[in-house]
Structures are given as structure tokens and as C-alpha cells.
Design a protein around this ligand. Structure first.
Ligand SMILES: Cc1ncc(COP(=O)(O)O)c(C=O)c1O
Ligand SMILES: N[C@@H](CCCC[NH3+])C(=O)O
Length: 437
């Protein structure tokens, strides 16, 4: 068996996809020791590389530079204000799915509120009047309308406020894309979007509603999709529909291709820049010569690999033939393994050359589903050792909970070699805030 050192170093350094590498035997993020951060801020702790997020957003900007486009980062992937602020400064717009997410964008935008909100698209199947009103008042770019009922509601709110609503219908293209069934959205059996075969009829209705301005068509087929062909297939259907809609007299200027581009959570040699180049080529092929403003809604691809969840080993115990490493992080902090059986690489904060052993890495929550890894070969760990769960920058804290009345971790952003606390650890007092006896 290869010594652990070369396994870990080999894997971390062979992949240019992660900002976490060993230097002088310690795991660092952009030059900052994770062990030191763990000491200073406590664990569990989310650590993000600002440089990598900026680099990833830049890949989209570069590859789509020859077409009119806006990158509307999907806020749900990582909604930390510090992250939104960083991406707003890169010129990103935002894809939101709730009034709460819009409030976050507003806070992050500061004095650029009008400009940034003008780059917001609002997706989601269950928009409510107050959320629609807020979005209308902030002058967002597009409502991605997901049902006929919602179309009528947006028209009603727009008429009431006397603010015109630019809309796109989110169509369901009935395109299959290989991913976990919970995060696949582009088939007719899913709750998302309006059947593409009914779209012309719904646009006709939209055009009759005085306070609506049908301006785009949107699509989103799912998340963590590794091959680019399904994105091209879906966008081709959207483009074909736009041709028909234009012939019907609608002034459609925006094609929203959604998000969903996947990353490699494994130890493979993943080249993100090449992947975005492939994706751009496929989407531009589908657009053809159409004069359209392309909207993109990447979430995970921009933030996932920039983040790690740092944790500390509380105990190592044996039950029968199994060895359990009990970490201080749990499924409430990072639910992806429990919810989607998702794989996250786990590495020690201190490099070691000790022999690998098979263990389960679990958290303290009272559910057998509270695991991060099962039967994983890892260098031996003991109480007090630090570990990092990699690729945790997307759908980590944003999908966390207070289950078992556990407080959520702090978040730290590394910028130009300096660590900045962008969210403090919750206290139990924070959790009692809304509760009444
Ligand atoms: C409408 C919409 N846009 C964008 C995204 C972002 O997806 P991802 O993080 O996979 O890029 C999602 C989530 O799947 C979504 O539902
Ligand atoms: N939460 C999912 C992605 C969901 C995308 C939501 N539109 C994940 O962690 O992979």
C-alpha cells in the first residue's frame, strides 16, 4: 500500500481544482493553516477561498465573453453575505428563490443596490405575494415563472404596484440528465417549470396581461450534471421555442440556461477551466446565430471546491468489526452525504505517513444516517486530530440546520492570505430567538 503521505499529497496536488494543499506538513488554504484557523475560531468551521470563487466566476465570464451574457450566481449554493459581496464585485448577477435570498442580495449589494438587483432572476415554484412585491420594487431583471397560477399572481401584484414585471417562463424541456434523482429537475414528472408543449399558449396569455412583459425563456434541468450534452439539448429546445414565440410576435431577448454544471467530488484529475470551456462551446452551439442575451445560473461550480468543513475528532471507538471516527461536525452542518449519499474527500489537517485503515467518519447526531464516510481508508486518527471535509463550499452551511439543537458553525473567508470571519458561530441564545413558551 502507498504511504498515506503520498496518497494525500498526490491527490491534493494532482488536482488544480482545490485550493487546499499541504505545505510544511500542514493543510493550508491559500497559504493559511487550517489548524491555526481551527484553534482561533473553533470547530466545526467552514473555510472558503475567495480567490478560487473569483477564478471560477471568471471562467464563465471568459468563456462566454463573445456572447451577450450575465452570470447570475445561484444564491442557494452558498448564501454567505461575504460570498455574495465578493461575487457582486465581480459583476455577477444572482439567481434567487425566495424573498429571503433577495434580502441577502440587497445587503450584499450595499450602495449598488439598484444595479445589482437589476441583475437578479427569481426562480422557484412557490413564490408568494410579499416576495413578488419585494422583487418588483427592487426592479429585478426577470421573474422565472413556473406555472399559470404564478403568472396570474405576478400580473396581479404588478398591476397593484403599477410596476411592470419582466417575465420568462421556466419551461420543462423533458430532457434527462444523469444525476441524483433528488436534484434532477428537467423531466415532465418533476414539479418544475411549465410543459414546453404548452408554452406558446401561456405566452399568449402573458401578452394579454397589461403589467407583464414577456421577455425571456428559462430552463434548469438539474444539479451536479457532469456531461454538457443535456444542457445543450435543453437550450436547443428553448431556442426553437424562442423562434416560434418571436414569430408569434413576442419580443423575447433573454434565454436563461439555468445552472447545474457539476464538479468532481472524487480524487480524479479534474480540470475546471476545460469543463467550463466545453460547457460554453455546447451552449453556444445550441444558441447558434440567435441574437439573445444568455443568462447562466451556476452555483456549485463557483463555490463548492473553494470550501472545506474543518472538524475535530472527538472520539475513536470500535463496535464489532467497525471503527468509528466521531467528529464534532455532523449531518446538520453538512447534510450531503446523509441526503444524497454524496462523497466528500476527508483529509487530516496534519500530514501523516501512517498506514491507512478502514473507518466510518460520523457525527454526534442521533441518527445512523449521520455519517460523512463509510468504510473509508484513512490514516489513523485520534481524539483531538483535525480533519477537513473537502468540496463543502456549496450546499454546506446553506443547507444546514439546528437539528439536535446544535449551533451552526462559523464561516471564514480567506482573502489575499488573510482570514476574515464572515459569519460567527451561532450561540444557543440565537436559537431561542423566535421561540415562545
Ligand atoms: C433554478 C436553479 N438555478 C440554478 C441552480 C444552481 O444549480 P447548481 O448549483 O447545480 O449550479 C439551481 C439548483 O439546482 C436551480 O434550481
Ligand atoms: N442540495 C443539492 C443541490 C440542489 C440544487 C438545488 N436546485 C446538493 O447538495 O447537491
Amino acid at each position: 500500500m502507498q504511504p498515506a503521505t503520498s496518497v494525500f499529497v498526490g491527490f491534493l496536488l494532482s488536482s488544480s481544482a482545490r485550493p487546499f494543499v499541504y505545505a510544511g506538513g500542514e493543510l493550508v488554504c491559500d497559504g493559511v493553516s487550517l489548524q491555526k484557523l481551527a484553534k482561533k475560531f473553533g470547530t466545526p468551521l467552514y473555510v472558503y477561498s475567495a480567490a478560487q470563487m473569483v477564478e471560477r466566476a471568471g471562467m464563465f465570464a471568459r468563456e462566454f465573453a463573445d456572447v451577450q451574457h450575465t452570470v447570475c450566481y445561484a444564491v442557494k449554493a452558498n448564501s454567505a453575505l461575504g460570498v455574495l459581496k465578493l461575487l457582486a464585485a465581480q459583476g455577477c448577477g444572482f439567481d434567487i428563490v425566495s424573498g429571503g435570498e433577495l434580502e441577502r442580495v440587497i445587503r450584499a449589494a450595499g450602495d449598488k443596490r439598484a444595479e445589482v438587483c437589476g441583475r437578479v432572476v427569481f426562480s422557484g415554484v412557490g413564490k408568494q405575494p410579499a416576495e413578488i412585491d419585494l422583487a418588483l420594487r427592487e426592479g429585478i431583471l426577470l421573474f422565472n415563472v413556473e406555472s399559470e397560477g404564478e403568472l396570474e399572481l405576478v400580473a396581479e401584484r404588478a398591476a397593484k404596484l403599477k410596476i411592470k414585471a419582466r417575465i420568462a417562463l421556466r419551461v420543462n424541456p423533458d430532457v434527462f440528465a444523469e444525476t441524483h434523482p433528488y436534484i434532477s429537475t428537467g423531466l415532465r414528472e418533476h414539479k418544475f417549470g411549465i410543459d414546453i408543449r404548452l408554452a406558446r399558449k401561456v405566452y399568449k396569455r402573458a401578452a394579454q396581461l397589461k403589467w407583464l412583459e414577456p421577455a425571456g425563456v428559462s430552463v434548469h434541468i438539474g444539479s451536479q450534471i457532469r456531461s454538457v450534452e443535456p444542457f445543450a439539448a435543453a437550450l436547443s429546445r428553448v431556442v426553437a421555442l424562442i423562434k416560434q414565440l418571436r414569430a408569434d410576435g413576442h419580443d423575447i431577448r433573454y434565454a436563461d440556461a439555468g445552472g447545474g454544471l457539476g464538479i468532481d467530488y472524487g480524487a480524479g484529475n479534474f480540470e475546471p477551466a476545460k469543463q467550463v470551456a466545453k460547457y460554453a462551446k455546447a451552449l453556444k452551439g445550441a444558441l447558434g446565430t440567435m441574437d439573445l442575451h444568455l443568462l447562466l445560473e451556476p452555483g456549485r461550480f463557483i463555490v463548492a471546491q473553494a470550501g472545506a468543513l474543518v472538524s475535530q475528532v472527538l472520539f475513536v471507538k470500535k463496535n464489532g468489526t467497525k471503527t468509528f471516527v466521531i467528529a464534532d461536525a455532523a449531518m446538520n452542518d453538512l447534510i450531503r452525504p446523509a441526503l444524497y449519499q454524496a462523497h466528500h474527500e476527508i483529509v487530516p489537517l496534519k500530514q501523516t505517513s501512517r498506514k491507512l485503515r478502514k473507518v466510518d467518519v460520523v457525527g454526534p447526531v442521533c441518527e445512523s444516517g449521520d455519517f460523512f464516510a463509510r468504510d473509508r481508508e484513512m490514516a489513523p486518527l485520534k481524539r483531538g486530530d483535525g480533519i477537513a471535509l473537502l468540496d463543502a463550499g456549496a450546499y454546506g452551511l446553506s443547507l444546514s440546520s439546528n437539528y439536535n439543537t446544535r449551533v451552526r458553525p462559523a464561516e471564514v473567508l480567506i482573502e489575499r492570505g488573510k482570514a476574515r470571519l464572515i459569519r460567527r458561530r451561532e450561540t444557543v441564545e440565537d436559537l431561542f430567538g423566535p421561540e415562545m413558551i
